[in-house]
Design a protein around this ligand. Sequence first.
Ligand code: WAQ
Ligand code: MG
Length: 260
Amino acid sequence: MLFSVRMRAAAGGPHERGGRHISGAERLVPEDEVGTVAQAMFRRAQTHSRGTADFIRVTVEAVPETEICHVPLLALQERPATDVTAGRQAALAALTAAGVTPVAAQAGLAALASLPDSMRGAMVCCAVSGRRLDALAERGVRVTRHDSCDSAAFAAALARQGLQGEHVREALVLASKVAAAPGMVAELCWSDDPEYTTGYVASPRDGYIRLPHCKPLGSPVGGRVFFVSPAADLAAAIRFWQEQPVLVDLPATDWGCSRC
Ligand code: WAQ
Ligand code: MG
């Protein structure tokens, strides 16, 4: 049995009563790690750079191993960019290479860049027209119940590539789950943490592409856009993202996974 431990925090009351999103987190861990992980999430919500949360919900839910599906970790690469204009240009190029039309890529990027403040989830947009498809307003689609299959090996392997810190670890796992949904074409993301300006484009075709300078330093507005094929079964994809427990498998050769 594993346990989904997840957290969402807001300031000015709960999200559903208009509170401002501060922080969220997702893990899928054995029982003996639940206490430590839940406590770390609480501390993270309390000390976040987006502000002081006055609503913090930590949910713990048992997940039978038979319900868990495994998906592969996306391959990681990085593109250079020296400022926000170049970073966003690189994002558009990566989105179109992955199969999003230029008009949809432009529309999705503009929707993300013009959010008045961060959502707690992602917008789902058509990869051909760019039109928003989900009806979840400022909540968006919240991807839950996922983790890497071996957190220690994963962190160590990223550190060997010079990548430290929670942002890239969490984003690469989330993007690997997101990419595995039926009909998924590509994802665009940058953080809502004011000090973190690196974003990414991820896709089943080209993997996870890190992009420096996706937003100006100090901006508290970030988010995610999931571009899906017009032929996709949207309800099935949203069910997969929001409900399906997923462990992301590490390629055994490069990553030294002890479990798979
Ligand atoms: N499901 C759906 N959307 C989410 C989720 C989730 N579980 N978590 C966050 N988001 C959305 C939400 O709109 C947030 O405002 C936005 O994404 C940004 O979330 O390789 O830290 O957790 O170094 O701030 C990219 C790392 C880090 C790039 C992204 O996102 C790299 C990051 P954050
Ligand atoms: Mg954040």
